[in-house]
Design a protein around this ligand. Structure first.
Ligand code: PMP
Length: 379
């Protein structure tokens, strides 16, 4: 099987699995306990925190472990100050292409009167429009949330420019860094973000573990109150997963730029060879993208028809976000980019990982050629 759905989830690295098993077998004591076994577990917890902080150029005490990026994102919403200076619910600006679960959580709070929500539009390439950002990021906005890289198109967002606008307006900036971490360098301290979210399973770590990063001295209320994580996230730490996350972060930091270049090269060759054979439209092709992601449409083919054929041939890919696929509506990301509904229904996402080889890409192209020849003639 050729697996090109790494933006949905990646294969845990063997070193991650080994460290997790070791931890389950030997360090099952509660890391909050005072006895020696608990203290040994606590040292592993702090080692993982340091490994993650190092990858993100942050400090260990800035890392709060959560159950994943979804929880970290919701904790961001939960921590907004309930009333602004004028006594109104907080004003939140979010890009219209944030992760579907995050948008849903914000919309739910808006419907409950807990916040006021404005969406930042994106251009036809899927990048947050800086003109719109300049007009909308103004005094009175409490928090701006823009992801570093989009999960469907891979398009990188202008975080540095948005951070400068936030600073000038006195607004906090939250960056969902889930898709960028482990694929390109992400410097939390240098990014200008006050908060960031991420998830281990996108960087060859385990599922069900993620982190919220907090700027130094930024107090942020817990979503789950309790003593753990310096009072910022209650509940017994999921130590095996955290240990796996730490190892995954350490591995991701080794040869990160080299791995990114290699994936970009394979991805570009994949797109070029497909374009030579089939009528192709690549979404976000004209702006900087993650090196591993290709979101494209082949002729007028519907994604479901293509994906079924590819899977039977041994190639796994996705249509838009795994989180929104299954529904009949086209992806909110492509709709925000003003892609026509019929075109968006054809969007396929191929996402590589550092494990993807040139042979995998050659095999994927062969499978696509064979599976799509009859359809492409009809298209
Ligand atoms: N944000 C982005 C940008 C994502 O791609 C994802 C995963 N699809 C999430 C958040 C949610 O992460 P998790 O699975 O850890 O809850």
């Amino acid at each position: 099987m050729i697996y090109l759905d790494n933006n949905a989830s990646t294969r845990p690295a063997p070193e991650v699995l080994a460290a997790m098993t070791q931890c389950q077998q030997n360090h099952w004591a509660n890391p909050a306990a005072r006895h020696a076994a608990g203290q040994a577990a606590s040292r592993l917890l702090e080692q993982a925190r340091a490994q993650l902080a190092q990858l993100l150029n942050g400090k260990p005490r800035q890392v709060v472990f959560t159950s994943g990026a979804t929880e970290a994102n919701v904790q961001v919403l939960h921590g907004l100050t309930p009333r602004d200076a004028g006594g109104e619910p907080p004003l939140l600006l979010m890009s219209g292409i944030e992760h579907a679960a995050f948008l849903k959580a914000a919309q739910l709070r808006e419907a409950q009167g807990l916040l006021r929500l404005q969406l930042l539009p994106v251009d036809a390439q899927g990048r947050v429009s800086l003109d719109a950002a300049q007009a909308l990021i103004r005094p009175g906005v409490q928090l701006v949330s823009v992801m570093a890289a989009n999960n469907e198109t891979g398009v990188l967002q202008p975080i540095a420019e948005i951070a400068a606008l936030c600073r000038a307006a006195g607004a906090l900036l939250h960056v969902d860094a889930t898709q960028i971490v482990g694929r390109l360098p992400f410097d939390f301290t240098g990014s200008g973000a006050d908060l960031a979210s991420l998830s281990a399973h996108k960087l060859h770590g385990p599922k069900g573990i993620g982190a919220l990063l907090l700027r130094e001295n930024l107090a942020w209320p817990a979503l789950l109150p309790g003593a753990q994580e310096r009072g910022r996230r209650g509940g017994t730490a999921n130590l095996p997963a955290i240990v796996g996350f730490g190892v995954a972060a350490q591995l991701a930091g080794q040869n990160l730029s080299e791995a990114a270049l290699r994936q970009a090269h394979l991805r570009d060759a994949f797109e070029a060879q497909l374009a030579a054979r089939l009528p192709l439209r690549v979404f976000g092709a004209d702006v900087p993208r993650l090196p591993n992601t290709s979101c494209l449409r082949i002729g007028a083919l519907h994604a479901d028809a293509v994906l079924g054929r590819l899977e039977r041939g041994g190639l796994i890919a996705a249509s838009g976000a795994a989180c929104s696929s299954g529904g009949q509506q086209a992806s909110h990301v492509l709709r925000a980019m003003n892609v026509a509904e019929a075109e968006a229904q054809g969007a396929l996402r191929f996402s590589l990982s550092r494990d993807t080889s040139a042979e995998d890409i050659a095999a994927a192209l062969q499978i696509m050629g064979e599976a799509l020849a009859p359809l492409a003639q009809a298209a």
